[in-house]
Design a binder for this molecule. Structure first.
Ligand code: AMP
Length: 207
């Protein structure tokens, strides 16, 4: 059983690297952001409750997110462990997780605030296939994988990015000390190219 957490500010590459490790280890990636967005798309009561918080760049209440994760980890594909992407995001969530699944390692992706803002405001996502890219690398607004029109996530708008960063510092950053005190923390500088960061993440988890 291996349960691994990816922690870090928005835009630090948590999703990208959690996905790579998920494939390498054959463990499912549980992204609370993706799960919440799916609920919004499907118009579920949970999605309706979450949407206002997400659009404003605030965290969805702990009780909602914890209940969602508690249910998801009971599914059979989670039996050998999971890669948590974007959960926990508060000390209360970390305390709840203790009762849900033992944590084996925490990858703390580090990125300077200025780079967070630069990365997130240029981020584009494909509504059709989920591909993500950045305006710096895109020649046009077409998804390189499936040809659909790439869009900007509502919460990647510049003013919301600043609020998400503030929320990260106030509510999520304390998890770094929390997990360091348990000797579980691997801090990885994610300011360089993806391949460099990937090598560091693999070095921390797979060797
Ligand atoms: P993400 O896709 O991880 O950047 O998450 C997008 C948004 O979903 C966040 O800004 C929050 O509003 C919400 N969210 C995702 N994960 C959590 C969580 N663990 N706790 C509270 N809110 C969350």
């Amino acid at each position: 059983m291996r349960n691994i957490i990816f922690l870090g500010p928005p835009g630090s590459g948590k999703g990208t690297h959690a996905e790579k490790i998920s494939r390498a280890m054959g463990l499912p990636r549980l992204s609370t952001g993706d799960m919440l967005r799916e609920n919004i798309r499907n118009g579920t009561p949970l999605g309706i409750e979450a949407q206002g918080y997400m659009d404003a760049g605030e965290l969805v209440p702990d009780t909602v997110v914890i209940a969602m994760i508690r249910k998801r980890v009971l599914e059979p594909d989670c039996a050998n462990g999971v890669i948590f992407d974007g959960f926990p995001r508060t000390i209360a969530q970390a305390e709840a997780l203790k009762e849900i699944a033992p944590v084996d390692a925490v990858v703390n992706m580090t990125l300077a605030d200025a780079q967070v803002v630069q990365r997130m405001s240029g981020r584009r996502v494909c509504p059709a296939c989920g591909n993500t890219s950045h305006t710096d690398w895109m020649r046009d607004s077409i998804c390189a994988l499936c040809g659909a029109e790439m869009t900007q996530r509502k919460d990647d708008a510049p003013e919301t990015v600043l609020e998400r960063l503030r929320v990260y510092h106030a509510q999520t950053k304390p998890l770094i000390d929390h997990y360091a005190a348990q000797n579980l923390l691997h801090s990885i500088d994610s300011g360089g190219p993806v391949t460099e960061t990937e090598a560091r993440v693999r070095g921390a988890l797979l060797t």
